[in-house]
Design a protein. Structure first.
Length: 254
C-alpha cells in the first residue's frame, strides 16, 4: 500500500511538472506576440502623427493672390447633417467665410489667412462658431462635446471629433486629424472636408466624402473634369454655382 501511495504521488508530481512547463512555454510565446502588436500599433500611430504634421505644414510664403474654395459636410454619429452653416459673409473681416452653400470660401484679403495659411480655426472664428479638439457647434446652434457621448454610447463613454480632409478631388483616402484641429490647413484649392463627431470605434472608411459636384463646377475645371448634368452634358460654372457673381473677384467682401 505504501508503495502504491508513493507511486501516485510521483505520478501527480510528474503531471504537475509537465503542465507547468507547458504553461511556461505558452507564456513565452504570448509575450513576444504581445510585444509585436505593441510595436505595430506604435508604428501606425507614428505614421499617422507624421502625416498630420506634414499636412499642417505650410509649403511656401503667404500670398495675396489665391481665391480658394472647399466643400464640407458635418457628419454626426452615422449620418450627414441635413443643414449647413448659414451665410456669414457680411461680417467677414479676413476673407474666409461661407455663403450657406456647403462651401468654405477663402479670399486673399489677409496673407496670414489666405490660401494654405487659412485654417479651420480661422474659419470658425470668423463664423463665430464654438470649436476645439472636443467640441463642435452645429448649424442649429447646438454644441456637441466629446464628453456628451452623442452617439448612443454607454454612460461614461466619449465620442470622438475628427476632421477628414481629401486634399484633392481625385484623392481616394483622406488625411484624418484628431488633435490640434483648429490648426488644420486649407492647403489646396478644391479640398473636401468632413467635420465628424462619431463613435471612436467607427472606421474612417464609413464616413462618406462630401459631394463634389458643385465644387468641381465652381473651380472652372477642364471640360472633361466637369460633372455631368441629367442630359449627359458637362455642367459649367455659370450653371452649377449659386454663388453671387461678385464672389469671383478677390477684392469684394463677400
Amino acid at each position: 500500500m505504501a508503495r502504491s501511495a508513493a507511486a501516485k504521488k510521483v505520478a501527480k508530481a510528474a503531471s504537475t511538472g509537465a503542465g507547468g512547463k507547458g504553461a511556461g512555454r505558452e507564456r513565452n510565446l504570448l509575450f513576444p506576440a504581445a510585444m509585436a502588436v505593441v510595436v505595430v500599433l506604435g508604428i501606425v500611430l507614428i505614421v499617422m502623427a507624421r502625416g498630420q504634421r506634414a499636412d499642417n505644414a505650410p509649403r511656401g510664403a503667404p500670398t495675396l493672390q489665391d481665391h480658394w474654395h472647399a466643400a464640407y459636410n458635418i457628419f454626426v454619429c452615422d449620418e450627414i447633417s441635413p443643414t449647413v452653416w448659414p451665410d456669414d459673409s457680411a461680417k467677414d473681416e479676413t476673407g474666409i467665410h461661407t455663403h450657406g452653400d456647403g462651401r468654405i470660401h477663402i479670399h486673399p484679403f489677409v496673407s496670414t489667412v489666405s490660401a494654405q495659411f487659412a485654417t479651420i480655426g480661422a474659419f470658425m472664428d470668423e463664423s463665430e462658431l464654438e470649436f476645439d479638439d472636443e467640441s463642435l457647434q452645429l448649424p442649429n446652434g447646438v454644441v456637441l462635446r466629446e464628453d456628451d457621448a452623442p452617439c448612443g454610447g454607454d454612460e461614461g463613454t466619449r465620442a470622438e471629433l475628427r476632421i477628414l480632409k481629401w486634399n484633392t478631388l481625385d484623392a481616394e483616402t483622406p488625411i484624418v486629424h484628431t488633435e490640434d484641429l483648429r490648426s488644420v490647413r486649407f492647403n489646396e484649392n478644391g479640398q473636401l472636408i468632413v467635420f465628424a463627431m462619431v463613435d471612436p470605434e467607427l472606421p474612417d472608411a464609413d464616413i462618406p466624402r462630401p459631394d463634389d459636384t458643385g465644387l468641381r463646377a465652381l473651380l472652372g475645371l477642364p471640360q472633361e473634369d466637369l460633372p455631368l448634368g441629367s442630359d449627359g452634358t458637362p455642367i459649367g460654372p455659370a450653371v452649377a454655382t449659386t454663388e453671387p457673381a461678385d464672389d469671383e473677384t478677390s477684392d469684394q467682401g463677400d
